[in-house]
Design a protein around this ligand. Sequence first.
Ligand code: A2P
Length: 286
Amino acid sequence: MTEMRPVTEAAPQTAPVKTLALPDAQTVTFVKHWTDRLFSFRVSRPASMRFRSGEFVMIGLMGDPDPKTGKQKPLLRAYSIASPSWDEELEFYSIKVQDGPLTSKLQHIQPGDEIILRPKPVGTLVHDALLPGKRIWFFATGTGFAPFASLLREPQTYEDYDEVIITHTCRQVGELTYGAELIESLKTDEMLNELIGEGFWKKIKYYPTTTREESPKMGRITDLMRSGEAFADLGVPQINPDNDRAMVCGNLAFNLEIKEMLEGYGLVEGANSNPQHYVVEKAFLD
Ligand code: A2P
């Protein structure tokens, strides 16, 4: 995709039409639509870009030309990187909002197209922000699964913890598929089994729940924890600051509710500069 420089009245008639490459352009290599509301895609990775699994970057497309000036501005949103830090490409997992300024367009990308990617990764869902512990909890709703798709493929996750519990609450069963398939794929991923250790995936306990469509486990994870049902199902004791660490990524109401619950269990919020027991990131929506 290229930006056409608007031809102004002052420009000589014979001037060649210049095309400007997108700033920070990366090429789309793969797109998969999971439901009518969700899709994932992969893009080339800038050669010099380093990041920590769990971080996010700003990505986007050129916006529509300004009706008055004809100028286009980049339309960027924060997206968690869903691929791990060692991957050659970058993966993203996105919602499609039909009237969303960015995702109404982004959902139509095809392999070979270009997107804008500002190569400045940041974020709090990183291992550096947590103190050592026995068990790590990844709490996700909806597209909040994305940073955990990265961290579940990150060797350090398994070096640092004996158990990795990933909960994912969605409205519909189909919204769980991206995460469910990713976790299932770890079992047969030869490179990861060699790199991290044969059978590393046995440390994972996956706890998917739905709230608006029938599935084996119904309900919000917050309610299932409050009642004790989630802990009983998983065969683990209630969360406590001695053993448990947590990362949270979901919609705002979910983040606030689970934050309050984690504080109630005695966990303290950490940051890159002050590692503690849990960290929270918003799942960014259009
Ligand atoms: P619910 O259907 O009961 O609202 P959304 O698509 O709106 O971002 O929601 C994703 C999932 O997160 C839904 O299953 C939704 O459940 C759940 N959810 C929303 N708010 C909360 C909350 N405060 N605590 C726990 N789960 C929540």
